[in-house]
Ligand binder design. Sequence first.
Ligand SMILES: [Zn+2]
Length: 109
Amino acid sequence: MRFGASETDCQGCQQIYPASDLDRYLWCPDCRATVRRRGARWGRLVGIVAGVAVALYVVLIVKPMQLNLLWALPPLMTYVLTSRIAVAVVQGYYRYRGSIQVQAQSEPE
Ligand SMILES: [Zn+2]
C-alpha cells in the first residue's frame, strides 16, 4: 500500500525521491552536498579576501611596533567569521532560488 505523499520531487533537481530522503526544505542528499560544497568554496574565497584585507590593514595602517603572533589573530578571526557568514548566505541563496542546476555539469539526462 502506497500513499501519494511518500514520494515528492527535490526542490533542487526536480527528481522524484522518497519523502524520507529529503530534508525539511525538500532537497535530496545530492543537492544538499552540492550546496554545501559550493558554500564551502565561496566561504573560503570570501574569508581569504577579508582576512588578507585585515592583514594588510594591520601591516599598513596600524603599523604595530613589533609584529608578533598576536597580530595574526584579527585576520584569522576575520577569516573564520566571514567564511561562515558567506557559507550561510550562499546556501540560503541557493535554497531561496530553489534550484541547483549545475552549469559546469554537462551530462545529458
Ligand atoms: Zn536534488
